[in-house]
Ligand binder design. Structure first.
Ligand SMILES: Nc1ncnc2c1ncn2[C@@H]1O[C@H](COP(=O)(O)OP(=O)(O)OP(=O)(O)O)[C@@H](O)[C@H]1O
Length: 204
């Protein structure tokens, strides 16, 4: 699979809790490109991802995907994007394998096994998520990236709680997505080690 679409944000304004997080923000993400959103705590990085994902509405400006205006109707974009938020969103009372089956029901079982091994989760597949460490739970949440066909990945602090091997594994997986023409919009307070990203600063 190879992707060749782009995302364009034009004149975006985001207001939250009576505060302007950004005004007249414009940028594009091209096929094969990763953008890291920068900004201090509370600057609005997560809010920007949520607006693009359609979790928060657009108050001002436009969003174009594949040359179509999707500002008011985000369905075209939502069909080909994956959003993994700051919280893992996992089902605490389900096991690792059950969570993966819940979030990626169409994943072939042999590929699930392969991904579990790559993610270092194979020996934990029957463990309930509520018993996992933060880094282990993050790995389970990220497993969705191993089974998605989405062209746009929206990742809020995806490296949080990961150890060095987890960071390297995720960076390699993101790089593979970019090499297929995928797009990534991510937030992280730590600069990626081996991943080439364009930086976008959110300033009030
Ligand atoms: N659920 C909410 N309801 C109202 N206001 C919120 C909510 N979540 C965040 N905010 C406000 O929106 C602003 C931006 O928050 P956001 O989480 O987007 O920032 P951030 O840059 O991602 O921060 P961090 O680096 O701490 O994760 C903050 O000032 C915050 O107070």
């Amino acid at each position: 699979m190879h992707f060749s679409v782009s995302l364009t944000i034009s004149g975006l304004g985001i207001e939250r809790s009576d505060r302007d997080l950004c005004r007249d923000l414009s940028f594009s993400v091209q096929a094969g490109e990763a953008i890291r959103i920068l900004g201090e705590n509370g600057a609005g990085k997560s809010s920007l991802l949520k607006v693009v994902a359609g979790v928060m509405s657009v108050q001002e400006g436009q969003i174009f995907f594949a040359d179509q205006d999707v500002t008011l109707d985000r369905r075209l974009l939502q069909q080909t994007m994956i959003y993994i938020g700051h919280s893992t969103g996992l089902k605490e009372r389900l096991s690792v394998a059950e969570n993966i089956a819940f979030y990626s029901p169409h994943a072939p079982l042999d590929q699930v096994d392969q991904a579990l091994r790559q993610l270092g989760l194979f020996h934990l597949q029957d463990v309930l998520v509520k018993s996992l460490s933060a880094g282990q739970a993050r790995r389970v949440a990220l497993a969705r990236l191993w089974f998605t066909n989405a062209s746009l990945w929206l990742l809020d602090e995806p490296f949080a709680a990961l150890d060095a091997s987890g960071v390297a594994m995720l960076e390699a997986h993101i790089q593979q997505h970019l090499s297929r023409g995928g797009m990534v919009l991510l937030t992280t307070h730590q600069a990626p080690c081996s991943l080439s990203v364009r930086e976008l600063a959110l300033v009030p």
